[in-house]
Design a binder for this molecule. Sequence first.
Ligand code: GCU
Length: 399
Amino acid sequence: MFEANYHESLVPNYELPDPLVTQDGAAVSSSDWGKRRAEILSLFETHVFGKTPDQPIRVRTQVMSETESLGGKARRKEIRLYFTDQDTRPYLDLLIYLPSSASGQVPGFVGLNFQGNHSTTPEADVILSDQWMRAKGAGVVDHQATQEARGTSASRWAIERIIDRGYMVATAYCGDLDPDYDDGYQDGIHPLFHSNGAVPADDEWGTIGAWAWGLSRALDYFETDDEIDATRIAGMGHSRLGKTSLWAGAQDERFALVISNNSGCGGAALSRRRYGETVGRINASFPHWFCNNFRQYNENEDACPVDQHMLIALMAPRPVYVASAEEDRWADPKGEFLSAKYADAVYRLLGTDGLDAEDMPPIESPIQSRIGYHIRSGGHNVTDYDWDRYMDFADIHMR
Ligand code: GCU
């Protein structure tokens, strides 16, 4: 039986791979960073998340609705992205809120949600997802959302606060891209790339890769919408979807800013610390999230050629924000902080500031340098406090 370690004294000694030394042992200068970046990205593809196919998919869009919202402060749109020539699944429904007061193209935030777009807002006319839902409760019966599911995740989506600060916010249901269960990749978008029941190879993408691919398709859409400034989009995600926003931002440098909210193991937390959730545990509970090769590092973290500080470093020199929660020990807050800290050297090499902190800051004392970090009180969640800090950070680094 797996028992998580929550004692700092039982964290083993470990040595992290150096993002600024190549696999051949050569020191990396700022002019070499592009090459080293490609090497690290390829290591994450092969050993952690799996390669994303580069076969282009023609995306068709359909406006499903467009209306005033929030008492006229916002305009709401629902845009469906079809990935085939048929009007059938798989498709991705983007729910978008734009500030009515905006003049010109607006910057904003995009992130996937856990329970369907209808869960992020109490507004009763948003499309109720008929897609498979993993969670039970909160208006979900037999893995299907009911009307009672409306607004059940609204506290995690500070839509009105975001609008009040002049940003766009867009979200989509992760299950539109790939339902969150281990089905041998036979539904969602995987079959578009692996036909006739074929499965991804050991170094090819799993579910997180599919979700990250979807965030990039949202960005493709923003590039075609003249109300949205696609060059100033922050990719944001919580928990498994924070692992996803990091992986999307690593692969797709069009994301101007990347936010990891309580992303934990396989996200911002250092795997070698083996504190809280471990690689072995995550691969056992969620065998579909990463590539099969990642299983080689179950109880064998030191053998992995990368650790998660190198994922943060793949954002450099773009602003990146890592957030933890005090009671979220499963996600290893200190391990999340240390990833941000050990990515700092790459930012400095590239001539920007990195993380302006040596040690973990106290609760609710955000650091807002080019690498941002905070730990707030409370548990595993996304709160208004988190969103307010992300907007402060975006005001500094993306406005
Ligand atoms: C589980 C899982 C975590 C994940 C979290 C979530 O706790 O073990 O890795 O981040 O779910 O997505 O909420």
